[in-house]
Write a protein that binds this ligand. Structure first.
Ligand SMILES: *[C@@H]1O[C@H](CO)[C@@H](O)[C@H](O)[C@H]1NC(C)=O
Length: 223
């Protein structure tokens, strides 16, 4: 009884009330806060993949334990014990849910918020990483994004509305690891090394990547 009374006394003190009110205000502001950008699209390799390789014919897949041991949903196809850097960026921006992988067939409501196209072993060059089996190389990821864009045009009712929506999104891309570790520097890659010295290979990657990430032709078609 004594402790209950002292609890009540401290509960009703002005300072405690102030603390409670501030805490409630902070938690409700947090609960309803919109993300810093309305939508977020992810391209990349295994560092960002969140399940796109799960149903591909490849040895480069990780949808089994102990991958995901620190992830709320367990193994998902993330090449990690927990969240990827792409997940953490999304959380930091205020997204409540993880951006779904393209391979999970996200619905119309989800694709307005974002899609993750990243695929373990994928590269800038189509042939990179293919010794492990299939992957979704960057060209294919961009074709998948075109599918998303057409769906968004349909959903929002006009190209103009889709253009305005997509113009507010954040796009990130992590690419290039596999063009080296699963292509250029592999012992068996003698043909490509004799065709390109390291500087020439870097120039090739930069030229291809610059063309790929220039998505303006895709978005100009929406104008
Ligand atoms: C999977 O890939 C292997 C070689 O990478 C191939 O031999 C096999 O036929 C493929 N399986 C299917 C179902 O496509």
């Amino acid at each position: 009884m004594g402790s209950r009374r002292s609890f009540l006394r401290s509960w009703s003190s002005p300072l405690s009330l102030f603390v409670v009110v501030v805490a409630l205000a902070a938690s409700s502001a947090d609960g309803f806060k919109a993300p810093r950008v309305p939508c977020y699209f992810i391209f990349g390799d295994s560092l960002y993949d969140s399940g796109n390789n799960n149903n591909l014919n490849t040895s480069v897949k990780v949808n089994y334990s102990p991958y995901g041991i620190d992830f709320p949903a367990g193994p998902t196809g993330r090449f990690s014990n927990g969240r990827t850097a792409a997940d953490i960026i999304g959380e930091t921006l205020g997204f409540k849910d993880f951006i779904p992988p393209f391979a999970s067939n996200p619905d119309d409501r989800q694709i307005l918020v974002g899609v993750n196209y990243a695929s373990g072993s994928a590269g800038i060059l189509v042939e990179s990483g293919k010794q492990g089996g299939d992957n979704v190389d960057l060209n294919k990821q961009l074709r998948n994004h075109k599918v998303t864009v057409s769906r968004i045009v349909k959903k929002l009712g006009s190209k103009k509305a889709a253009f305005e929506h997509l113009g507010q999104c954040l796009y990130i891309c992590n690419m290039g690891n596999n063009d080296y570790i699963n292509n250029y520097i592999l012992p068996q890659s003698t043909a490509i090394r004799s065709q390109y010295n390291p500087a020439q290979f870097a120039a090739l990657l930069i030229a291809r990547y610059s063309a790929q990430i220039n998505v303006s032709p895709l978005y100009e078609s929406l104008l």
